[in-house]
Write a protein that binds this ligand. Structure first.
Ligand code: URA
Length: 261
């Protein structure tokens, strides 16, 4: 999806929208994306540490049970995700949504879970929240698929677009962990509470985590992590777009530093 500069600024709430006095009223579109964030509720159930470590490759039902998730290559990982029956979300999915983008990306963005459109198309963030995410990326000079990988805390759509439960996020976490290990991103941006809960096992509010540089341990590396609002939440809470913009600017500055620029 390619957006003009004007569209990007408008999506981010960064440009005044001039309305002709005699023109039609500006219509606000209703969000249709999944989960907590779409309901404007940025609280998600925390993934407890014991659950995160309890979810191992043996709970996943991998394609080849002799290959643990932690040793899978991309092809096996994608197949394993698409055939996964580790939690109840598999029952109602049309298809699993592993993730999309550059498998050697510097940037990893993590959302909550697929919504209806993502479930139908097999790609994350293709609905209305996805349009805003693309605008957020464009605002800091990024483009889906170019040095950017997009994944979710859970790979299957929670029925009725509800928030994924903590056990579901824990069951899916080995996949996300393996994606992080394969990508080796320079920076991870967590979109909303569910992503924070899944990746960091953090229980704090998003407001208390924003603006801090957090870390995810991957092998002997600490990958810097920033948290910001989920695009679906921002569609409902327009004033917070300014805060998300601050977070994005911070992320861009941190990335420049990490790149030694
Ligand atoms: N919301 C998410 O968190 N992920 C998607 O893929 C779509 C909407």
């Amino acid at each position: 999806m390619s957006l003009s500069r004007k569209e990007v600024l408008e999506e981010m709430g960064l440009s005044p929208v001039w309305v002709r006095r005699d023109g039609p009223p500006v219509a606000r579109r209703a969000p249709t994306d999944a989960g907590t964030a779409a309901r404007g509720d940025e609280r998600a159930p925390p993934v407890r540490e014991e659950n995160r470590s309890a979810a191992t490759s043996s709970t996943i039902g991998a394609v080849d049970p002799s290959v643990g998730v932690e040793r899978m290559d991309w092809n096996l990982l994608r197949r394993s995700i698409s055939e996964c029956r580790a939690c109840g979300l598999c029952a109602e999915r049309q298809q699993a949504v592993p993730g999309v983008g550059d498998e050697n990306a510097g940037w990893l963005f993590v959302g909550e879970g697929p919504g209806a459109e993502e479930d139908a198309r097999g790609e994350p963030f293709v609905g209305q929240a996805g349009r805003l995410l693309d605008a957020m990326l464009a605002a800091i000079g990024l483009k889906r698929g170019e040095d950017v990988y997009i994944a979710n805390a859970v790979k299957c759509r929670p029925p009725g677009n509800r928030t994924p439960e903590s056990a579901e996020m824990a069951a899916c976490f080995p996949f996300l962990k393996r994606q992080i290990a394969l990508i080796q991103p320079k920076l991870i941006v967590l979109l909303g509470r569910a992503a924070v809960s899944s990746v960091l096992g953090e229980e704090g509010s998003l407001a208390s985590l924003r603006g801090k540089t957090l870390a995810f341990r991957e092998g002997d590396r600490e990958i810097p992590v920033l948290a910001t609002y989920h695009p679906a939440y921002l569609l409902r809470n327009l004033p917070d777009k300014a805060k998300a913009w601050e977070d994005l600017c911070r992320a861009r500055a941190l990335m420049r530093k990490l790149q030694g620029k």
